[in-house]
Design a protein around this ligand. Structure first.
Ligand SMILES: Nc1ncnc2c1ncn2[C@@H]1O[C@H](COP(=O)(O)OP(=O)(O)OP(=O)(O)O)[C@@H](O)[C@H]1O
Length: 605
């Protein structure tokens, strides 16, 4: 600090000479016809500027000596915390913020130091030239500074709000933009546009509030830096009449326009913008350092703390309640659920009881009205939780690239061919891959059947690094054998956890745990437990039972060529074992290929 102050004194000397030198050059030199004296004072001023420039160069080294230890201390704290918690993702973000803190702090030291020493040099110069000059320049300068000081805190708050809104928008766009193809393919434009619109509006509001306060900042600069120029010119006759010389007046104008005004402008912009940014960053670093939850101590059952050695559950829901509208009845109410890593859960229930809603909540596509969801210990919604799960919906999404591109789409790194082939084999895609012409073959999504598209989407999800796989009727177009193979592959993924919205009894039987959803009430347990305890589950199992023995090769469901299936009246069986369907004649039939082997009718059917 002392070295910094010492070198900064040279700046004071330079500022002093910027007004004093020309004033003497005029009064004692040029205005008296003595050019040599005038030139002498100008030369002195020139040397002063050179010496001042040298001082400014040394100032940078002194500022570095002041700022680098701060950076080192911040890095040390952030890194030791990152090492302790193993949270590498947030570590890189935080070290970046430390760099911002360092740069901003350095900028602040430079501008505030420069203002103090420049103002001291200029005020000393004004006093040395003619004390009455201080009476003209001093009061508006003090008033401008006072106004600036008064706006500092409210401005910093608005600046902080704006920065946070800006970051939220940037973060949101960073997630949305790489997924635009998916957004379009899944028809989520309106949903994404609404979310983006909210963030844009929030930033707009923050920018407006900041701009309103910014007007006061301009006012303080006008009063403190520009009004003195006007006052000096207006008061010139009075000053000249009271013994102030022409040279002194010119010197005073030089002080105001060349030193005070630029220093004040830098201070106002520097403190107003960088100061608030530094506040935001430091507050965030401090908060992360002291308050961030340790990932190892993620919520246990229903949010209770566990000991530090237990890994967080793959999925936890604590009193989760969700309704589609403020006046609508909740679809999910007070749901508690904890799934350890490696678990296999089947979610079953009649149509419309919230199974898809539950998977959308876990995936972070919907936000609970109450309660908390964590995936791998990370709060939902959130980027870390999003990286921990993969959702495969019923409508599988395949795009017009090669098969390999389709399969490797969720992987940030290049996927070796052997790994693609092994995944295809595990999920049951190999025959289709062969038919298509191998991994390098181009895929025409429209030429694939719904089941084939599901196989591609399943293999893609299988290859992703996300440990939690959410299959929301993602196998509904597959035959039971292929479905079983795919589900078993997911259940066997190392460290993988599987949640399946099941549409077949076989699917629920395979899972170690079953969640039965029935409107707002739920039942949870193994297949055997639920067969004993849940009447609804027994009903579902009954309705899922395969059709009675077929007569020869006669199909369980026959579609006459003059009918189109219009709606399925529940997966019920008529007395003779045929599915009961509502139908009406349309004269044209397209029999879906999914109706083989006791397969159920999907939404498309
Ligand atoms: N976007 C929405 N807006 C309003 N209500 C919705 C919305 N999506 C679903 N619902 C309602 O929420 C309830 C649960 O729907 P959800 O799709 O989660 O049920 P589900 O059990 O998955 O049904 P299915 O087995 O037929 O797929 C239903 O009553 C449904 O009408």
């Amino acid at each position: 600090m002392l070295r910094l102050a010492g070198w900064s004194v040279l700046e004071t000397g330079q500022t002093f000479l910027i007004g004093y030198g020309p004033a003497r050059a005029l009064d004692e030199g040029f205005l008296r016809g003595r050019a040599d004296v005038g030139l002498f004072w100008l030369a002195v001023t020139g040397v002063g500027v050179l010496v001042g420039a040298y001082g400014t160069a040394r100032v940078y080294a002194a500022v570095a000596a002041l700022v680098e230890p701060l950076r080192d201390r911040l890095v040390e704290r952030v890194v030791s915390r990152g090492v302790r918690t193993g949270d590498a993702g947030s570590l890189s973000g935080l070290t970046q913020q430390v760099e911002i803190a360092r740069d901003t702090f350095a900028g602040l030291v430079m501008v505030s130091r420069s203002f103090v020493f420049t103002a001291a040099g200029a005020l000393a110069g004004l006093f040395a030239l003619a004390p009455p000059l201080l009476l003209v320049v001093g009061p508006p300068l003090a008033a401008g500074m006072a106004l600036f000081a008064a706006t500092l805190r409210p401005l910093a708050r608005r600046q902080e709000t704006f920065l946070l809104a800006d970051e939220a928008l940037a973060g949101h766009l960073g997630t949305v933009c790489p997924g635009l193809r998916d957004v379009t393919a899944t028809g989520a434009e309106a949903h994404i546009a609404a979310g983006t619109g909210e963030r844009v509006e929030a930033e707009l509001r923050a920018a407006r509030a900041l701009a309103h306060w910014g007007v006061l900042r301009v006012a303080s600069l006008t009063i403190g830096g520009q009004l003195p120029v006007v006052l000096l010119l207006a008061a010139a006759p009075w000053l000249l009449a009271h013994g102030v010389t022409t040279g002194a007046l010119v010197g005073a104008l030089a002080y105001v326009t060349q030193s005070l005004l630029p220093a004040l402008r830098n201070l106002i912009h520097g403190l107003g913008t960088s100061g608030s940014r530094l506040t935001v960053v430091l507050r965030r670093l401090a908060r992360t350092d002291t308050e961030a939850p340790d990932p190892d101590s993620g919520p246990g059952p229903a949010g209770t703390a566990t000991n530090h050695t237990a890994p967080p559950p793959a999925l936890s829901l604590a009193s989760v309640t969700f309704a589609y509208g403020p006046a609508s009845a909740p679809v999910v109410q007070d749901l508690d659920l904890v799934l350890p890593s490696g678990a296999h859960l089947a979610v079953v229930g009649p149509s419309g009881t919230g199974k898809s809603t539950l998977t959308a909540l876990v995936a972070g596509l919907l936000t609970p009205s109450r309660g908390a969801i964590r995936v791998g210990g990370h709060p939902v919604p959130g980027p870390q939780a999003a990286a921990e799960r993969v959702l495969i919906p019923q409508e599988a999404y395949v795009f017009g690239g090669t098969l390999a591109e389709n399969l490797a789409y969720l992987r940030p790194d290049p996927v070796p061919e052997e790994e693609l082939l092994a995944a295809a084999e595990a999920v049951g895609l190999t025959p289709l891959a062969g038919r298509l012409g191998g991994l390098g073959a181009r895929v025409d999504p429209a030429a694939l059947s719904a089941g084939e598209r599901q196989l591609v989407a399943l293999t893609r999800a299988y290859l992703s690094y996300a440990p939690l796989a959410l299959l929301d009727e993602a196998t509904c177009h597959l035959d039971p054998e292929t479905e079983e193979r795919a589900e078993r592959a997911f259940a066997a993924r190392p460290g993988g956890t599987l949640v399946v919205v099941a549409h077949r009894i076989s699917s629920a039987r395979r899972a170690g745990r079953v969640l039965v959803m029935d409107g707002r009430s739920t039942a949870y347990g193994s297949h055997e437990e639920l067969m004993r305890s849940s009447a609804l589950y027994r009903d579902l199992v009954g309705s899922w039972a395969p059709a009675p023995a077929r007569r020869g090769s006669e199909p369980a469901l026959a579609l006459r060529d003059a009918y189109r299936v219009d709606a399925v009246a529940g997966p019920r069986l008529a007395g003779d074992g045929r599915h009961v369907v509502a139908h009406r004649p349309v004269g044209q039939v397209q029999a879906p290929g999914d109706l083989r082997d006791g397969g159920s009718l999907g939404r498309e059917g």
